[in-house]
Design a protein around this ligand. Sequence first.
Ligand SMILES: [Zn+2]
Length: 136
Amino acid sequence: MSESKRPLPVPTPETKHFWEGTQQGEIRLQRCDDCAKVYFPPRPFCPACASRKVSVFAASGRARLFSYVIHHRPAPGFTPPYAIAVVELAEGPRLMTNITGCEQTPEALVLDMPLEPDFAKFSDDITLPLFRPAKG
Ligand SMILES: [Zn+2]
């Protein structure tokens, strides 16, 4: 309805399990059954050993703020200023996301701060795993 809608990812066969997971409040990662490497983004083979024996599992949701930049220019679907953040999951993989629930300032966005998922439904297909400061 709005002309300034945020661009959304389109699920593919490789990422379908991930987007089904976020709809159910889970961040689904993949683990290699041969070398135990945990990885993201989704792909049908292990990035470490190329094995195709991989399993999908739900991450704990525990994460920390690894890095970020604060954007001050408007972009479709975003109200500046907003942070584009790299979040490191407790299981190891990092993902790009946004931080909710706090000021988008260097004072509020402290590196290594503990985060938890804040699942935001943007469409019938896409629920994005945003993150917010962890409570407690
Ligand atoms: Zn492997």
